[in-house]
Design a protein around this ligand. Structure first.
Ligand code: NAI
Ligand code: 13P
Length: 316
């Protein structure tokens, strides 16, 4: 089966580099010139693309392959898919992005399924920094697809000597884990940036995980998915590493420093999307609510901590 990756940012390029160990890969980019000139992505400087990767800006050509990976930021995924006229029947569409779409409240699998119902949607998600994947460092991810036979094919096709994929049929749980852990990483970064300490971060990670699990249960996701790579695994990575952009945004907010708005930070829009869902459904999602207010500049870290700590005492 042949593979195309759409989106030549850090993650799309890293995946293409890893997959090139298995055979030819097509990498579609909005702007091919930096890739063609230097055989490097500006988002992954210093890492040269292997010859197995063909770069193209021609959407139709890239769509000819059987398995299509979408590494486009979440808030742009729906708009990008609307540019594709074909129904992509018979193809496997693998979401490689994390978040909840602000307009629809859907995750990436939901967007793929709604836009291209004749194709098979799946998601590749879990703890992985693009630079680690591109360097061939060992990484384990979740590949979730509701059709287990197709999931098995994709799992084998996308596993490489350094990228180990675990399979699941719980696409809802997998997409929620990846989306929500970014919100929690902003909260943890903010706590650390404001000097609140490691104990506060541990509390936020744990209560954040409880919030993720509670919301996932309301969507009938499986608890073990939340406890796996796509949930707890990615939460642990993103809430504790300075390499995470979501955590970096949190640090900047906690330190009252500016943050470059061109950097892809999925958790900010996702917090807003989750806050809307919480209002609509009556579910309690206090950390999502706090991060939505914080990233929109409506409150300070001090306000957020006062709000969170003054909530009524409850059972764990
Ligand atoms: N960078 C990382 O370590 C990881 C990123 N991810 C996820 O991958 C997704 C993409 O993130 P990155 O690659 O890191 O971001 P990035 O900022 O490095 O790259 C985003 C790419 O998407 C392209 N793009 C943006 N809007 C587009 C549109 N409307 N049409 C076509 N192309 C468009 C940009 O040109 C750019 O090449 C995010 O959802 C992120 O959460 C997941 C795991 C690891
Ligand atoms: O999703 C990631 C790690 O699994 C990357 O995290 P950031 O988007 O916060 O950099």
């Amino acid at each position: 089966m042949s593979v195309s990756v759409f989106g030549a940012g850090a993650f799309g390029t890293a995946l293409a580099i890893s997959l090139a160990q298995n055979g030819p890969v097509t990498l579609w980019a909005r702007d091919v010139s930096p890739l063609e000139n230097k055989r490097q992505s500006p988002r992954l400087p210093g890492i040269t693309l292997p010859d197995q990767i063909s770069i193209t800006g021609d959407l139709e050509q890239a769509l000819e392959n059987d398995t299509l990976l979408f590494s486009i930021p979440m808030q742009n995924l729906s708009g990008f898919l609307s540019r594709i006229n074909s129904d992509l029947e018979g193809k496997a569409l693998v979401a490689c992005c994390k978040g909840v779409d602000l307009r629809s409240g859907l995750g990436p699998v939901g967007i793929l399924s709604e836009t291209k119902p004749k194709a098979q949607a799946a998601i590749l998600t879990g703890p992985s920094f693009a630079a680690d994947i591109a360097k061939g460092l060992p990484t384990a991810l979740t590949l979730a697809c509701t059709d287990d036979a197709i999931g098995k094919e994709i799992q084998h096709q996308l596993s490489t000597p350094s990228l180990r994929l675990y399979r699941s049929t719980d696409t809802v749980g997998a997409e929620l884990g990846g989306a929500l852990k970014n919100v929690m990483a902003i909260a943890c970064g903010a706590a650390m940036g404001a000097g609140l300490g490691d104990s506060a971060r541990a509390a936020l990670m744990t209560r954040g995980f409880a919030e993720m699990t509670r919301f996932a249960a309301s969507r009938e996701a499986r608890p073990e998915t939340m406890a796996g790579l796509s949930g707890l695994g990615d939460l642990a990575l993103t809430c504790t590493s300075d390499l995470s952009r979501n955590y970096q945004l949190g640090l900047a907010l906690g330190r009252k420093e500016a943050f470059d708005p061109s950097i892809t930070v999925e958790g900010a829009a996702t917090a807003q999307a989750m806050d809307r869902i919480a209002i609509d459904t009556g579910l309690s999602l206090p950390i999502c609510h706090a991060v939505a207010a914080l990233t929109q500049g409506r409150v300070t870290v001090d306000d957020v901590m006062t709000q969170l700590l003054s909530r009524p005492l409850k059972e764990e």
